[in-house]
Design a protein around this ligand. Structure first.
Ligand code: ADP
Length: 136
């Protein structure tokens, strides 16, 4: 059984998270900590000056709201974590920080250039120090 399971969620595909959370339930027990993570992409400074003020804060708020809705609908207690950064780097950083022993990541239907795995999923699989389960 895994002690700490990290589930990175792309909020554009938040509706798929139920099946991923069900897999976490099957791989943990009542003591397992399940963390839902969304990474809001950082807006580069040069682009930020052209964009409406507080757009990053609004994105963070939307992510928080989406993840809390996912957490509320889940059959188990989960922790919600929203960070600003680069998705794959931040997923790996949070996995180490929280001492995750399993990352469960969804793979959709990547373009042909990505072969069978999306780019974020592929980098997480390649560079994570813990086990990674890819859900298709
Ligand atoms: P696809 O093209 O199939 O969406 P990705 O590799 O981009 O492939 O995404 C696959 C998975 O990576 C998502 O299901 C999610 O688990 C994770 N992921 C992607 N972007 C983010 C993000 N911004 N925050 C958290 N997780 C993400």
């Amino acid at each position: 059984m895994f002690k700490t399971i990290l589930i990175p969620i792309d909020i554009a595909h938040a509706s798929e998270s139920k099946s991923v959370i069900d897999i976490a339930v099957a791989n943990g027990n009542e003591d397992t900590q399940v963390i839902l993570l969304n990474v809001v992409e950082e807006i580069p400074r040069w682009a930020a000056v052209e964009l409406p003020a507080h757009i990053q804060d609004k994105s963070l708020q939307i992510s928080q709201d989406e993840l809390h809705a996912v957490a509320k609908a889940a059959s188990i207690k989960t922790e919600v974590d929203v960070r600003v950064g680069h998705p794959y780097h931040t997923i790996l950083e949070v996995a180490e920080e929280k001492k995750a022993d399993l990352i469960i990541i969804a793979s959709h239907q990547p373009g042909l250039q990505d072969y069978l795995l999306g780019s974020t999923a592929a980098k997480v699989v390649r560079h994570a120090k813990c086990s990674v389960m890819v859900v298709r």
